[in-house]
Write a protein that binds this ligand. Structure first.
Ligand code: RP5
Length: 165
């Protein structure tokens, strides 16, 4: 879907209906100067394409995946089963339990194949976690993450409700 040259974070959604969370992740990664790409690949409807994406991604420079899915939400786990590149799962709202079903599906991986899981619909945190992983080997990115944390704290301190604190 969108592909930037030298993408380091590979974002994959199970359906175009999940794109909003991917867009939130891209916005945070863009702000931090981390190139990313978005792919639309269902683990159930296009398993062979998912396999090709997983096999080629590392060679193309992808160092972290963000996998976003709702309902049965097998996408992050199936992707993780095909790579040792870290996978961050984002459950999406909807389904009989409005996202709790997807959250449990993603977080309850069997031993041996981990998926890091963030909150329902939380593309922002998935992007920040991906950036923190990349920052382990990228001091400039670490500095940008630290600046973002400082700005976040300063914005809360500046809330009129906190005057005098
Ligand atoms: C999941 O089923 C997708 O990740 C999406 O969250 C959900 C619904 O998909 P669509 O029916 O909208 O394509 O596989």
């Amino acid at each position: 879907m969108t592909e930037s040259v030298g993408a380091r974070v590979g974002i994959v959604v199970g359906s175009r209906s999940d794109i909003a969370a991917a867009d939130k992740a891209v916005a945070v990664l863009d702000e931090l100067g981390v190139p990313s790409e978005i792919r639309v690949i269902s683990a159930h409807r296009a398993p062979e394409l998912l396999g090709r994406f997983a096999a080629a991604a590392e060679e193309r420079g992808i160092r972290v995946f963000i996998a976003i899915a709702g309902l049965a939400a097998h996408l992050p786990g199936v992707l993780a089963s095909q790579t040792t590149t870290p996978v961050i799962g984002v459950p999406m709202a909807g389904g009989v339990a409005d996202g709790l079903d997807a959250l449990l599906a993603i977080v309850q991986m069997p031993k041996g194949v981990p998926v890091a899981t963030v909150g329902v619909g939380n593309g922002e945190n998935a992007a920040l976690l991906a950036a923190e992983m990349l920052a382990l080997a990228d001091p400039g990115l670490r500095t940008r993450l630290e600046e973002r944390r400082r700005a976040q704290a300063a914005a809360i301190a500046a809330d009129p409700a906190n005057e005098g604190l």
